[in-house]
Ligand binder design. Structure first.
Ligand code: HEC
Length: 168
């Protein structure tokens, strides 16, 4: 007798499960599915806000792209071994901050003024500007080297122009 009752309830539960599934559970588009769809809609609204951010990012990327083109098209010009060996790995051989169309670790330096470059470098070195990577690098460079590098990098656009003029 007990077996019959257990069997009956088992069938009942299985039946209920089958019925629930046929009505559509939360993920099958039933009543609960609508809740999820509504939730998705409200997420969609935040997505509708997102394009504003995106266009800002796009602008930034465009600006970077323009800079990259400028520096990239500048192609090869001579840089010191000091720059090549110590800085180019993160800022690019021509200071564009790009390599093979990919953004590199360091920001573009191409086109920055000698004063700003020197200020940034000495700020990193002194710890006034926080960046572990740059600070660690500059610890071994003295003030003279910072001045030398700032001067050199500020000359990149001029060097690029000259190199291009030569190619023509
Ligand atoms: C290991 C990678 C790496 C190397 C090598 C490196 N840098 Fe940087 N550099 C960075 C990163 C990352 C930043 C961004 C730091 C920040 O803004 O917080 C940076 C920032 C700078 C800035 C500030 C630029 C700006 O517009 O804010 C200057 C100037 C600079 N680096 C010059 C140099 C010079 C000169 C060398 C060679 C002596 C060099 N870097 C080597 C990674 C590097």
């Amino acid at each position: 007798m007990r077996n019959i009752i257990v069997g009956f309830f088992t069938l009942l539960i299985l039946g209920l499960m089958a019925w629930t599934a046929s009505q559509g559970g939360a993920y099958h588009g039933g009543e609960h599915g609508k809740v999820i769809a509504d939730f998705g809609d409200s997420m969609g609204q935040t997505a509708a806000i997102a394009p504003v951010e995106k266009s800002d990012r796009e602008k930034e990327n465009e600006a970077l792209g323009a800079l990259r083109d400028k520096a990239g098209n500048a192609g090869a010009f001579k840089v010191s071994n000091e720059y090549k060996s110590k800085c180019a790995s993160c800022h690019g051989v021509n200071g564009s901050g790009f390599q093979n169309g990919k953004k590199m670790m360091g920001p573009p330096l191409f086109g920055q003024s000698e004063e700003k470059l020197y200020k940034d470098l000495s700020d990193f070195k002194a710890g006034r500007k926080e960046n572990m990577i740059m600070k660690g690098l500059l610890i071994r460079l003295d003030d003279k080297a910072l001045k030398r590098l700032a001067k050199e990098i500020s000359e990149f656009p001029q060097r690029a122009k000259e190199a291009e003029a030569k190619r023509k």
